[in-house]
Design a protein around this ligand. Sequence first.
Ligand code: NDP
Length: 240
Amino acid sequence: MGRVAIVTGGTRGIGEAISLRLKKMGHTVVANYAGNDAKAQEFADRTGIATYKWDVGDYDACMEGCAQVAADLGDVDIVVNNAGITRDGTLHRMSFDDWNEVMRVNLGGCFNMAKACFPGMRERGWGRIINIGSINGQAGQYGQVNYAAAKSGIHGFTKALAQEGAKYGVTVNAIAPGYIDTDMVAAVPEAVLEKIIAKIPVGRLGQADEIARGVGFFASENGAFVTGSTMSINGGQHMY
Ligand code: NDP
């Protein structure tokens, strides 16, 4: 059965692959994004997937954006909290703004989107919330106290909300990707990337669709008995 799904940060990278996979599964997909209008337009033209621009770190913008999607397309039954940013630096160089911004977007975005969409899912007795965490939220990472804390927070958020949604047919799960070949990883210096790849037992970066397939499982009826779980998709880099 086709449902309405919102993928935050759904216009590029991992989010793009998730949007495409959910569409392939028969859902009506909305790809949210933050500010890269040219990329969103190119994505919409190429895929036929509707794009909606709002900042997931802004509570009111999430409320308004999700209400608009529901008015345009129908009740939102699937939310994939994928939007994420990095502002890396060791603690002694990291500014308070770098800390706040990463917490606001990565973790605050999950809260805001859940506040907008969870109540309706609960009332209707069916819903799927899938949060994209990170291997660096599980294992930590040098120069990423903000990002690791936000992603680790996402894993806790997932388990707590899963308990609230369980008896209402709403599952809440997370995926912890390892290093995936996207713009975010392209920003990592080559020498650092080589060292990272050397530590991945399968010997390569992941592909965005390998994360999207995990999302597809959680979103499907096959995943109905799975909630509060974190799926690590990382080529064996961190066995958690
Ligand atoms: P990208 O940087 O390639 O894409 C990020 C997407 O998020 C873009 O669509 C961007 O929109 C959107 N976005 C950023 N900030 C906001 C915001 N405030 N509100 C709404 N949308 C926003 O990221 P990836 O595809 O690499 O990563 C996707 C997710 O996976 C992130 O949560 C990331 O932390 C996580 N992850 C990625 C890994 C990797 O190896 N790539 C590893 C582990 C986790 P716009 O285009 O408008 O800027």
